[in-house]
Design a protein around this ligand. Sequence first.
Ligand code: HAM
Length: 434
Amino acid sequence: MVELKGLPGFRDFYPEELAARSYLMGVWRDVARRYGFEEYDGPPLEALELYTRKSGEEIVQQLYEFEDKGGRRVALRPEMTPSLARMVGVRAAALRKPVRWFSTPQLFRYERKQRGRLREHFQLNLDILGEEDVLADADLLAAAIDIMRATGLDSTQVRARVSDRRVLAAIFLHIGVPETKLESVYEVVDKLDREPRDRLEARLAELGLEPDAIAGVFDATELRGIEELRARFGDVPSVAERVAELATYLEHLENLGVVEFVDVDLSVVRGLAYYTGIVFELWDAGRKLRAICGGGRYDDLLGLIAGIDMPAIGFGMGDVVLTELLRDHGLLPEPGRALDCFVCWLGADGRRQALRAARAIRALGLSAIFEFRDRRLGNQLKSADQLGARRAVIVGPQEIEASQARIRDMSTGEERVVPFDELGPTLAAELGDG
Ligand code: HAM
Protein backbone atom coordinates (compact mmCIF):
# COMPACT_ATOMS: atom_id res chain seq x y z
CA MET A 1 0.00 0.00 0.00
CA VAL A 2 1.17 3.58 -0.59
CA GLU A 3 1.25 6.33 2.06
CA LEU A 4 -2.38 7.49 2.19
CA LYS A 5 -1.76 10.78 3.94
CA GLY A 6 -0.19 12.74 1.09
CA LEU A 7 2.77 15.08 1.47
CA PRO A 8 3.10 17.34 4.53
CA GLY A 9 1.77 20.83 3.89
CA PHE A 10 -0.38 19.73 0.93
CA ARG A 11 -4.13 19.49 1.23
CA ASP A 12 -6.74 17.09 -0.02
CA PHE A 13 -9.92 18.95 -0.83
CA TYR A 14 -12.78 16.66 0.12
CA PRO A 15 -16.14 18.05 -1.06
CA GLU A 16 -16.84 20.08 2.08
CA GLU A 17 -13.38 21.69 1.96
CA LEU A 18 -13.74 22.33 -1.74
CA ALA A 19 -17.10 23.97 -1.04
CA ALA A 20 -15.35 26.43 1.30
CA ARG A 21 -12.64 27.09 -1.28
CA SER A 22 -15.18 27.62 -4.07
CA TYR A 23 -17.14 30.00 -1.87
CA LEU A 24 -14.03 32.07 -1.23
CA MET A 25 -13.05 32.07 -4.90
CA GLY A 26 -16.57 33.27 -5.69
CA VAL A 27 -16.24 36.20 -3.27
CA TRP A 28 -12.78 37.06 -4.66
CA ARG A 29 -14.02 37.03 -8.24
CA ASP A 30 -17.10 39.04 -7.42
CA VAL A 31 -15.23 41.84 -5.65
CA ALA A 32 -12.46 41.85 -8.31
CA ARG A 33 -15.16 42.31 -10.94
CA ARG A 34 -16.79 45.12 -8.97
CA TYR A 35 -13.47 46.96 -8.95
CA GLY A 36 -13.02 46.47 -12.70
CA PHE A 37 -10.27 43.81 -12.72
CA GLU A 38 -9.81 41.30 -15.55
CA GLU A 39 -8.73 37.73 -14.90
CA TYR A 40 -5.45 36.24 -16.20
CA ASP A 41 -3.31 33.21 -15.41
CA GLY A 42 0.26 32.08 -16.02
CA PRO A 43 2.15 28.79 -15.86
CA PRO A 44 2.73 27.00 -12.55
CA LEU A 45 6.35 26.31 -13.52
CA GLU A 46 8.76 29.13 -14.33
CA ALA A 47 12.49 29.63 -14.89
CA LEU A 48 14.24 29.71 -11.51
CA GLU A 49 15.90 32.99 -12.42
CA LEU A 50 12.57 34.78 -12.37
CA TYR A 51 12.55 34.50 -8.56
CA THR A 52 16.23 34.81 -7.72
CA ARG A 53 16.30 38.33 -9.14
CA LYS A 54 14.19 40.25 -6.72
CA SER A 55 11.82 38.20 -4.58
CA GLY A 56 14.26 38.23 -1.67
CA GLU A 57 16.20 35.74 0.39
CA GLU A 58 13.31 34.19 2.33
CA ILE A 59 11.18 33.14 -0.60
CA VAL A 60 14.17 31.88 -2.61
CA GLN A 61 15.07 29.54 0.27
CA GLN A 62 11.55 28.14 0.10
CA LEU A 63 11.51 27.37 -3.62
CA TYR A 64 10.54 24.01 -5.02
CA GLU A 65 13.27 24.03 -7.63
CA PHE A 66 14.77 21.37 -9.85
CA GLU A 67 16.36 20.75 -13.20
CA ASP A 68 13.93 19.64 -15.89
CA LYS A 69 14.77 16.94 -18.43
CA GLY A 70 16.07 19.58 -20.82
CA GLY A 71 18.59 20.77 -18.23
CA ARG A 72 16.70 24.01 -17.37
CA ARG A 73 16.68 25.30 -13.80
CA VAL A 74 12.99 25.69 -13.00
CA ALA A 75 10.79 26.37 -9.97
CA LEU A 76 7.14 25.92 -9.04
CA ARG A 77 5.71 29.41 -8.65
CA PRO A 78 5.96 30.57 -5.01
CA GLU A 79 4.15 33.83 -5.84
CA MET A 80 2.46 35.37 -8.84
CA THR A 81 4.05 38.80 -9.05
CA PRO A 82 7.17 37.86 -11.07
CA SER A 83 5.03 35.97 -13.64
CA LEU A 84 2.73 38.97 -13.86
CA ALA A 85 5.69 41.31 -14.40
CA ARG A 86 7.01 39.00 -17.11
CA MET A 87 3.62 38.72 -18.86
CA VAL A 88 2.92 42.44 -18.75
CA GLY A 89 6.50 43.04 -19.89
CA VAL A 90 5.88 41.06 -23.10
CA ARG A 91 2.85 43.17 -24.07
CA ALA A 92 3.65 46.39 -22.24
CA ALA A 93 3.39 48.66 -25.26
CA ALA A 94 0.05 47.25 -26.40
CA LEU A 95 -1.73 47.19 -23.04
CA ARG A 96 -4.08 49.99 -22.07
CA LYS A 97 -2.85 51.56 -18.85
CA PRO A 98 -3.56 51.30 -16.06
CA VAL A 99 -3.73 47.54 -16.31
CA ARG A 100 -6.07 46.05 -13.70
CA TRP A 101 -5.63 42.29 -13.55
CA PHE A 102 -6.48 39.55 -11.07
CA SER A 103 -5.65 35.88 -10.74
CA THR A 104 -6.19 33.06 -8.24
CA PRO A 105 -3.13 30.79 -8.67
CA GLN A 106 -2.09 27.85 -6.53
CA LEU A 107 1.37 28.63 -5.17
CA PHE A 108 4.10 26.45 -3.69
CA ARG A 109 6.57 27.26 -0.94
CA TYR A 110 8.65 24.82 1.05
CA GLU A 111 7.72 26.43 4.38
CA ARG A 112 8.15 25.16 7.89
CA LYS A 113 4.64 23.93 8.59
CA GLN A 114 2.76 26.04 11.14
CA ARG A 115 -0.76 27.27 11.70
CA GLY A 116 -1.87 29.20 8.62
CA ARG A 117 1.24 28.28 6.62
CA LEU A 118 1.24 25.32 4.25
CA ARG A 119 3.38 24.25 1.32
CA GLU A 120 0.69 25.08 -1.18
CA HIS A 121 -2.04 27.68 -1.07
CA PHE A 122 -4.39 29.52 -3.34
CA GLN A 123 -3.81 33.24 -3.49
CA LEU A 124 -5.90 36.00 -4.94
CA ASN A 125 -3.64 38.52 -6.67
CA LEU A 126 -4.99 41.94 -7.54
CA ASP A 127 -2.56 44.28 -9.28
CA ILE A 128 -2.68 47.66 -10.97
CA LEU A 129 0.17 48.44 -13.36
CA GLY A 130 1.08 51.69 -15.05
CA GLU A 131 -0.24 54.10 -12.43
CA GLU A 132 1.78 56.03 -9.90
CA ASP A 133 -0.95 58.14 -8.31
CA VAL A 134 -1.60 57.26 -4.69
CA LEU A 135 -5.32 57.05 -5.48
CA ALA A 136 -4.57 53.69 -7.15
CA ASP A 137 -2.95 52.49 -3.90
CA ALA A 138 -6.11 53.51 -2.04
CA ASP A 139 -8.47 51.83 -4.51
CA LEU A 140 -6.46 48.61 -4.23
CA LEU A 141 -6.66 48.53 -0.44
CA ALA A 142 -10.36 49.33 -0.63
CA ALA A 143 -10.83 46.21 -2.78
CA ALA A 144 -8.99 44.05 -0.21
CA ILE A 145 -11.14 45.45 2.58
CA ASP A 146 -14.34 45.03 0.58
CA ILE A 147 -13.50 41.34 0.29
CA MET A 148 -13.49 41.20 4.09
CA ARG A 149 -16.87 42.90 4.18
CA ALA A 150 -18.26 40.60 1.49
CA THR A 151 -17.50 37.60 3.72
CA GLY A 152 -19.20 39.25 6.70
CA LEU A 153 -16.02 40.31 8.56
CA ASP A 154 -16.06 43.82 10.04
CA SER A 155 -13.52 46.32 11.35
CA THR A 156 -13.62 44.85 14.86
CA GLN A 157 -12.50 41.51 13.43
CA VAL A 158 -9.98 42.55 10.77
CA ARG A 159 -7.45 45.38 10.70
CA ALA A 160 -5.44 46.79 7.79
CA ARG A 161 -1.96 47.82 8.91
CA VAL A 162 -0.48 50.30 6.46
CA SER A 163 2.97 51.74 6.20
CA ASP A 164 5.20 53.30 3.58
CA ARG A 165 8.74 52.25 2.76
CA ARG A 166 9.40 55.77 1.48
CA VAL A 167 8.45 57.27 4.85
CA LEU A 168 10.65 54.71 6.57
CA ALA A 169 13.50 55.38 4.14
CA ALA A 170 13.29 59.13 4.76
CA ILE A 171 13.35 58.55 8.54
CA PHE A 172 16.15 56.00 8.39
CA LEU A 173 18.31 58.24 6.18
CA HIS A 174 17.60 61.15 8.53
CA ILE A 175 18.84 59.17 11.55
CA GLY A 176 22.01 58.07 9.81
CA VAL A 177 21.30 54.72 8.15
CA PRO A 178 23.40 54.56 4.97
CA GLU A 179 21.31 54.31 1.78
CA THR A 180 23.05 51.10 0.73
CA LYS A 181 21.86 49.43 3.95
CA LEU A 182 18.16 50.31 3.67
CA GLU A 183 17.08 47.00 2.18
CA SER A 184 18.95 45.00 4.81
CA VAL A 185 17.37 47.14 7.54
CA TYR A 186 13.88 46.41 6.11
CA GLU A 187 14.67 42.71 6.30
CA VAL A 188 15.50 43.08 9.98
CA VAL A 189 12.38 45.18 10.69
CA ASP A 190 10.24 42.55 8.92
CA LYS A 191 11.28 40.05 11.63
CA LEU A 192 10.17 42.26 14.56
CA ASP A 193 7.26 39.99 15.48
CA ARG A 194 9.15 36.78 15.00
CA GLU A 195 12.59 37.24 16.54
CA PRO A 196 13.85 38.62 19.88
CA ARG A 197 14.87 42.25 19.94
CA ASP A 198 18.49 41.63 21.00
CA ARG A 199 19.08 39.37 18.02
CA LEU A 200 17.69 42.03 15.68
CA GLU A 201 19.83 44.71 17.36
CA ALA A 202 22.88 42.54 16.80
CA ARG A 203 21.96 42.18 13.13
CA LEU A 204 21.70 45.96 12.76
CA ALA A 205 25.08 46.37 14.48
CA GLU A 206 26.56 43.84 12.04
CA LEU A 207 25.30 46.04 9.22
CA GLY A 208 27.48 48.80 10.66
CA LEU A 209 24.73 50.93 12.25
CA GLU A 210 25.75 53.15 15.18
CA PRO A 211 23.91 52.59 18.50
CA ASP A 212 21.91 55.81 18.02
CA ALA A 213 20.78 54.74 14.59
CA ILE A 214 19.83 51.29 15.92
CA ALA A 215 17.68 52.87 18.62
CA GLY A 216 16.22 55.22 16.02
CA VAL A 217 15.20 52.32 13.78
CA PHE A 218 13.26 50.69 16.62
CA ASP A 219 11.70 54.01 17.67
CA ALA A 220 10.50 54.62 14.12
CA THR A 221 8.82 51.23 13.92
CA GLU A 222 6.85 52.10 17.05
CA LEU A 223 5.16 55.07 15.39
CA ARG A 224 1.40 54.70 14.99
CA GLY A 225 -1.00 57.02 13.20
CA ILE A 226 -0.37 60.01 11.01
CA GLU A 227 -0.52 62.48 13.92
CA GLU A 228 2.29 60.73 15.75
CA LEU A 229 4.35 60.79 12.57
CA ARG A 230 3.71 64.49 12.08
CA ALA A 231 4.52 65.29 15.71
CA ARG A 232 7.78 63.40 15.59
CA PHE A 233 9.07 64.27 12.10
CA GLY A 234 6.92 67.16 10.89
CA ASP A 235 9.92 69.48 10.90
CA VAL A 236 12.11 67.20 8.77
CA PRO A 237 11.19 68.20 5.20
CA SER A 238 12.28 64.92 3.54
CA VAL A 239 10.02 62.96 5.92
CA ALA A 240 7.17 65.50 5.99
CA GLU A 241 6.86 65.32 2.21
CA ARG A 242 6.35 61.55 2.34
CA VAL A 243 3.97 61.80 5.28
CA ALA A 244 1.86 64.25 3.28
CA GLU A 245 1.38 61.62 0.59
CA LEU A 246 0.41 59.05 3.19
CA ALA A 247 -2.15 61.55 4.51
CA THR A 248 -3.62 61.90 1.01
CA TYR A 249 -3.85 58.11 0.82
CA LEU A 250 -5.82 58.06 4.07
CA GLU A 251 -8.12 60.78 2.82
CA HIS A 252 -8.88 58.69 -0.28
CA LEU A 253 -9.51 55.66 1.93
CA GLU A 254 -11.96 57.73 3.93
CA ASN A 255 -13.87 58.70 0.79
CA LEU A 256 -13.82 55.10 -0.43
CA GLY A 257 -15.49 54.15 2.85
CA VAL A 258 -12.89 51.82 4.31
CA VAL A 259 -10.79 53.98 6.64
CA GLU A 260 -12.40 52.48 9.76
CA PHE A 261 -10.38 49.31 9.06
CA VAL A 262 -7.05 51.12 8.72
CA ASP A 263 -4.18 51.67 11.18
CA VAL A 264 -0.94 53.40 10.21
CA ASP A 265 1.73 51.13 11.66
CA LEU A 266 5.37 51.69 10.74
CA SER A 267 6.46 48.27 11.93
CA VAL A 268 5.08 46.85 8.68
CA VAL A 269 7.65 46.70 5.85
CA ARG A 270 6.75 43.36 4.17
CA GLY A 271 9.20 40.53 3.62
CA LEU A 272 9.48 40.61 -0.16
CA ALA A 273 12.40 42.68 -1.41
CA TYR A 274 10.69 44.44 -4.31
CA TYR A 275 8.36 46.83 -2.44
CA THR A 276 9.16 50.53 -2.89
CA GLY A 277 6.30 52.56 -1.41
CA ILE A 278 3.07 52.13 0.52
CA VAL A 279 2.79 48.59 1.90
CA PHE A 280 -0.03 46.97 3.83
CA GLU A 281 -1.20 43.79 5.47
CA LEU A 282 -4.60 42.62 6.67
CA TRP A 283 -4.66 40.82 10.03
CA ASP A 284 -7.26 39.30 12.29
CA ALA A 285 -7.81 41.93 14.97
CA GLY A 286 -6.39 39.74 17.76
CA ARG A 287 -3.30 38.93 15.65
CA LYS A 288 -3.68 35.27 16.61
CA LEU A 289 -3.28 34.03 13.03
CA ARG A 290 -0.77 34.93 10.31
CA ALA A 291 -1.41 37.78 7.86
CA ILE A 292 -4.53 37.35 5.73
CA CYS A 293 -3.16 39.45 2.93
CA GLY A 294 -0.14 41.53 2.03
CA GLY A 295 0.89 43.87 -0.71
CA GLY A 296 2.03 47.28 -1.75
CA ARG A 297 3.83 49.33 -4.36
CA TYR A 298 6.66 47.77 -6.37
CA ASP A 299 7.66 50.40 -8.92
CA ASP A 300 11.03 48.85 -9.91
CA LEU A 301 10.15 45.21 -10.49
CA LEU A 302 9.07 45.58 -14.11
CA GLY A 303 12.35 47.32 -14.81
CA LEU A 304 14.31 44.46 -13.27
CA ILE A 305 12.33 41.67 -14.91
CA ALA A 306 11.21 43.15 -18.21
CA GLY A 307 13.46 46.17 -18.67
CA ILE A 308 10.54 48.60 -18.76
CA ASP A 309 9.66 51.55 -16.61
CA MET A 310 6.21 50.82 -15.25
CA PRO A 311 4.98 51.56 -11.73
CA ALA A 312 2.91 48.83 -10.11
CA ILE A 313 0.96 47.93 -7.00
CA GLY A 314 -0.79 44.81 -5.86
CA PHE A 315 -1.56 42.35 -3.12
CA GLY A 316 -1.81 38.65 -2.48
CA MET A 317 -4.54 37.18 -0.26
CA GLY A 318 -4.22 33.52 0.68
CA ASP A 319 -7.07 31.08 1.22
CA VAL A 320 -5.60 29.37 4.29
CA VAL A 321 -5.75 32.06 6.97
CA LEU A 322 -8.94 33.61 5.67
CA THR A 323 -10.76 30.27 5.67
CA GLU A 324 -9.63 29.64 9.27
CA LEU A 325 -10.79 33.07 10.33
CA LEU A 326 -14.18 32.65 8.66
CA ARG A 327 -14.59 29.26 10.30
CA ASP A 328 -13.68 30.74 13.73
CA HIS A 329 -16.36 33.40 13.29
CA GLY A 330 -18.96 30.96 11.93
CA LEU A 331 -19.02 32.81 8.62
CA LEU A 332 -18.51 29.91 6.23
CA PRO A 333 -21.84 29.22 4.52
CA GLU A 334 -23.40 25.79 4.93
CA PRO A 335 -23.06 23.87 1.70
CA GLY A 336 -26.49 24.13 0.07
CA ARG A 337 -28.78 21.30 -1.05
CA ALA A 338 -27.14 20.55 -4.34
CA LEU A 339 -29.31 17.74 -5.69
CA ASP A 340 -32.58 18.68 -7.37
CA CYS A 341 -34.16 15.28 -8.08
CA PHE A 342 -33.74 11.68 -7.08
CA VAL A 343 -35.63 9.52 -9.56
CA CYS A 344 -36.99 6.31 -7.99
CA TRP A 345 -37.95 3.36 -10.14
CA LEU A 346 -39.31 -0.16 -9.77
CA GLY A 347 -38.91 -2.92 -12.35
CA ALA A 348 -37.44 -2.82 -15.84
CA ASP A 349 -40.26 -0.66 -17.28
CA GLY A 350 -39.86 1.76 -14.40
CA ARG A 351 -36.12 1.95 -15.03
CA ARG A 352 -36.65 2.78 -18.71
CA GLN A 353 -39.05 5.55 -17.77
CA ALA A 354 -36.74 6.78 -14.98
CA LEU A 355 -33.84 7.20 -17.37
CA ARG A 356 -36.07 9.21 -19.72
CA ALA A 357 -37.23 11.34 -16.81
CA ALA A 358 -33.64 11.97 -15.68
CA ARG A 359 -32.69 12.88 -19.23
CA ALA A 360 -35.53 15.43 -19.45
CA ILE A 361 -34.71 16.94 -16.06
CA ARG A 362 -30.98 17.23 -16.82
CA ALA A 363 -31.73 18.81 -20.20
CA LEU A 364 -33.53 21.60 -18.32
CA GLY A 365 -30.40 22.36 -16.32
CA LEU A 366 -31.53 20.67 -13.11
CA SER A 367 -29.64 17.82 -11.47
CA ALA A 368 -31.04 14.29 -11.35
CA ILE A 369 -29.68 10.94 -10.24
CA PHE A 370 -31.26 7.49 -9.87
CA GLU A 371 -30.49 4.13 -8.32
CA PHE A 372 -28.31 1.90 -10.43
CA ARG A 373 -29.95 -1.25 -9.06
CA ASP A 374 -33.50 -2.31 -8.39
CA ARG A 375 -34.21 -1.52 -4.71
CA ARG A 376 -37.28 -1.18 -2.55
CA LEU A 377 -39.00 2.18 -2.84
CA GLY A 378 -38.55 2.86 0.88
CA ASN A 379 -34.80 2.47 0.54
CA GLN A 380 -34.69 4.70 -2.50
CA LEU A 381 -36.56 7.46 -0.69
CA LYS A 382 -34.18 7.12 2.24
CA SER A 383 -31.22 7.65 -0.12
CA ALA A 384 -32.98 10.66 -1.62
CA ASP A 385 -33.36 12.09 1.87
CA GLN A 386 -29.76 11.41 2.89
CA LEU A 387 -28.49 13.05 -0.27
CA GLY A 388 -30.55 16.16 0.41
CA ALA A 389 -32.59 15.87 -2.79
CA ARG A 390 -35.25 18.57 -3.08
CA ARG A 391 -37.67 16.29 -4.91
CA ALA A 392 -38.08 12.59 -5.44
CA VAL A 393 -39.67 11.54 -8.72
CA ILE A 394 -41.32 8.13 -8.55
CA VAL A 395 -42.07 5.95 -11.54
CA GLY A 396 -43.52 2.63 -10.40
CA PRO A 397 -45.95 0.27 -12.14
CA GLN A 398 -49.05 2.35 -11.27
CA GLU A 399 -47.53 5.56 -12.59
CA ILE A 400 -46.37 3.87 -15.80
CA GLU A 401 -49.82 2.44 -16.31
CA ALA A 402 -51.29 5.95 -16.19
CA SER A 403 -48.38 7.62 -18.11
CA GLN A 404 -47.69 9.70 -15.04
CA ALA A 405 -44.91 10.46 -12.59
CA ARG A 406 -45.27 11.13 -8.88
CA ILE A 407 -43.38 14.10 -7.44
CA ARG A 408 -42.57 14.13 -3.74
CA ASP A 409 -41.42 17.32 -2.05
CA MET A 410 -38.69 15.99 0.23
CA SER A 411 -38.92 18.78 2.77
CA THR A 412 -42.72 18.56 3.35
CA GLY A 413 -43.46 14.99 2.23
CA GLU A 414 -46.30 16.25 -0.01
CA GLU A 415 -46.89 14.24 -3.15
CA ARG A 416 -48.73 14.81 -6.38
CA VAL A 417 -49.00 13.25 -9.78
CA VAL A 418 -48.33 14.89 -13.14
CA PRO A 419 -48.63 13.55 -16.68
CA PHE A 420 -45.28 12.18 -17.72
CA ASP A 421 -44.67 14.74 -20.45
CA GLU A 422 -45.28 17.60 -18.01
CA LEU A 423 -42.68 16.38 -15.51
CA GLY A 424 -39.76 18.42 -16.85
CA PRO A 425 -41.60 21.75 -17.17
CA THR A 426 -43.27 21.28 -13.76
CA LEU A 427 -39.92 20.69 -12.03
CA ALA A 428 -38.25 23.50 -13.95
CA ALA A 429 -40.97 25.92 -12.82
CA GLU A 430 -40.63 24.82 -9.19
CA LEU A 431 -36.89 24.37 -8.91
CA GLY A 432 -35.31 26.45 -11.67
CA ASP A 433 -33.73 29.78 -10.78
CA GLY A 434 -36.38 31.76 -12.44
P1 HAM B 1 3.09 37.32 0.55
O1 HAM B 1 3.03 38.20 1.73
O2 HAM B 1 4.27 36.43 0.44
O3 HAM B 1 2.97 38.26 -0.72
O4 HAM B 1 1.78 36.44 0.50
C1 HAM B 1 0.52 37.05 0.53
C2 HAM B 1 -0.45 36.21 1.35
O5 HAM B 1 -0.47 34.87 0.87
C3 HAM B 1 -0.11 36.06 2.82
O6 HAM B 1 -0.58 37.15 3.56
C4 HAM B 1 -0.86 34.78 3.16
O7 HAM B 1 -2.26 35.01 3.31
C5 HAM B 1 -0.70 33.97 1.91
N1 HAM B 1 0.43 33.02 2.04
C6 HAM B 1 1.72 33.22 1.73
N2 HAM B 1 2.45 32.14 1.96
C7 HAM B 1 1.61 31.20 2.44
C8 HAM B 1 1.74 29.83 2.86
N3 HAM B 1 2.91 29.20 2.84
N4 HAM B 1 0.63 29.19 3.28
C9 HAM B 1 -0.56 29.80 3.30
N5 HAM B 1 -0.76 31.07 2.91
C10 HAM B 1 0.31 31.76 2.48
C11 HAM B 1 3.11 37.83 -2.01
O8 HAM B 1 3.11 36.68 -2.36
C12 HAM B 1 3.13 38.96 -3.02
N6 HAM B 1 3.51 38.42 -4.32
C13 HAM B 1 1.79 39.64 -3.05
C14 HAM B 1 1.72 40.75 -4.06
C15 HAM B 1 0.99 40.76 -5.20
N7 HAM B 1 2.41 41.88 -4.01
C16 HAM B 1 2.11 42.61 -5.07
N8 HAM B 1 1.26 41.93 -5.80
